[in-house]
Design a protein around this ligand. Structure first.
Ligand SMILES: [Zn+2]
Length: 213
């Protein structure tokens, strides 16, 4: 499985594109494009590789991660997969934009498929296991691509940092539980692909993350 990271919007959010090199079947995680220029950049990338986007996955429904979920879903005929526990946030995307001072209107996002702990999504021979990792939002999810030794954690865990818990739906106790009792049970060599900034590994975060004791 191949993975590329495109970084979009003023929050420097990481949008991940996964695909199988032979079939070109693809999954997009957190399409965060804010404007037409960013959407063109995304489309150019997809078209240059002739990818066939099958699914849109959302780690959570904050504005910077879900802004173009509906755009990608409609353009590429791909269902939106997310947690129903973030449904309220998805309905309030425009209000989230307003809260941060942006003037554009966004269509609300609703999940076509409600993901739950232990669900397994397939991308050809790759199995992507859904983990519920709440705390940054109620419906926060991580996606563990076991066969490739990768986990996409959204804003739950960062390189030597952790996700904010001061936004609506945030809960510090839950976030710590998600990190320590879920993500940290993955193999140490698992590559952690974060919603913002650089990547890390489970082992490095266990050893060096200053927010986790
Ligand atoms: Zn977020």
């Amino acid at each position: 499985m191949k993975v590329s990271k495109l970084t979009f919007n003023p929050f420097e959010e990481n949008t991940y594109i996964l695909w199988n090199e032979d079939s070109k079947n693809s999954i997009v995680i957190d399409p965060g494009m804010f404007d037409d220029e960013e959407r063109h950049h995304f489309d150019d990338f997809v078209n240059s590789l002739q990818l066939d986007i099958k699914k849109v996955l959302l780690t959570h429904m904050h504005l910077d991660h879900a802004a173009s979920a509906k755009y990608v879903s409609e353009k590429y005929d791909a269902k939106i997969h997310a947690s129903a526990k973030d449904a309220q946030l998805g309905l309030l995307l425009s209000q989230q934009a307003e809260m941060f001072g942006f003037k554009f209107a966004l269509p609300s996002v609703t999940a076509d498929v409600d993901l739950k702990e232990g669900d397994v999504l397939e991308l050809d021979n790759e199995h992507i296991i859904v983990m519920e990792t709440p705390g940054h939002t109620r419906g926060g999810l991580s996606f563990y691509a076991k066969d490739s030794n990768l986990v996409f954690v959204g804003d739950t865990l960062f390189l030597q940092s952790i996700g904010r818990t001061d936004l609506p739906g945030g809960n510090y106790t839950q976030l710590m539980d998600s990190v320590k009792n879920k993500l940290f049970f993955l193999p140490e060599e698992t590559l952690v692909l974060c919603g913002h900034g650089g990547s890390t590994t489970i082992g490095d975060e266990k050893s060096y993350n200053p927010f986790i004791k």
